[in-house]
Design a protein around this ligand. Structure first.
Ligand SMILES: NC(=O)c1ccc[n+]([C@@H]2O[C@H](COP(=O)([O-])OP(=O)(O)OC[C@H]3O[C@@H](n4cnc5c(N)ncnc54)[C@H](O)[C@@H]3O)[C@@H](O)[C@H]2O)c1
Length: 254
């Protein structure tokens, strides 16, 4: 039997790159995203019969529970949850709308927690059978070194890192490992759709990291791969920066 992963936000960016990487290594992937149309486009590009799609808005507790139950019935047990679904809304905290603030927390923090809560019974089944059982959350470098005009987003990602630490210890005795990745800027629609300098403010993408380039989704997928391998068997409760050194030291402007 092949290993099975659930990837949220699988239709785009890091979730899509992670799905491609796992499929290439023989995993079965259940990809969740907002719409059938986006998932169908992703599935066409992946062209792999082991990619199964589920339209699911992770803001809905009922939808997440029903989707995870469906996957549990189909797969028997689940070896990994990679929680990539997320949204970025920018704006000064003084001006941000309640709708935007709630959206950011509903997806990035509450939806991520719901995904983990509903996947856990199926991860427990894998751990109980002596198989790999792992959770990887997508936090952000903004949890570690926030940027102006991303207050709600940065706070939501700091919350993801705290959830990572606490859930990791709560399930450590069950053979389930929980870690987060904190990417710097990654070349995905989330960042690219923001355009250049925010017309209404000062937020802008960080640009090339100290290693001289912007990350590609595969830079993150490779670390997911490590966290879903035996090589990381003694790592849990951590947030691993994958940012080319962006948050390591301040670079003063010229
Ligand atoms: N791109 C970056 O620079 C960067 C940096 C740090 C962290 N991250 C994090 O990595 C993760 C993936 O980001 P990405 O860059 O691939 O973004 P993306 O926008 O390319 O992909 C995110 C996916 O999540 C889906 N999604 C959004 N809301 C959803 C919901 N309610 N239910 C289900 N799916 C939903 C979107 O439809 C989209 O397909 C996010 O959590 C993001 O915060 C990204």
């Amino acid at each position: 039997m092949t290993a099975t992963a659930i990837v949220t936000g699988a239709a785009s960016g890091i979730g899509l790159g992670t799905s491609r990487d796992l499929l290439g290594r023989g995993w079965t992937v259940h990809g969740l995203d907002l719409t059938e149309a986006a998932l169908a486009k992703a599935a066409a590009g992946l062209a792999d019969e082991n990619f199964h799609t589920h339209a699911c808005d992770i803001r809905s507790a009922e939808a997440v529970a029903a989707t995870m139950a469906d996957i549990g019935r189909a797969a028997g047990r689940v070896n990994a949850l990679v929680a990539c679904a997320g949204v970025l809304k920018l704006g000064k905290l003084a001006d941000m709308s309640v709708e935007d603030y709630d959206m950011v927390f509903d997806v990035n923090t509450r939806g991520l927690w719901l995904s983990a809560r509903e996947a856990l019974p199926h991860l427990r089944a894998a751990a109980g059978a002596g198989e790999l059982a792992r959770i990887v959350f997508l936090s952000s470098v903004s949890a570690l070194r926030p940027k102006i005009e991303s207050g709600a987003y940065s706070a939501s990602k700091a919350a993801v890192s705290q959830l990572t630490r606490i859930l990791a210890v709560e399930v450590a005795g069950e053979g389930i490992l929980v870690n987060a990745i904190a990417p710097g800027t990654v070349d995905t629609p989330m960042v690219n759709d923001q355009g250049g300098p925010n017309e209404t403010g000062a937020w802008r993408p960080s640009g090339p990291s100290p290693v001289g380039r912007i990350a590609q989704p595969d830079d993150i997928a490779r670390v997911v791969r490590f966290l879903l391998s035996e090589e990381s068997a003694y790592i849990t409760g951590t947030t691993i920066p994958v940012d080319g050194g962006t948050q390591a030291a301040f670079v003063p402007p010229r």
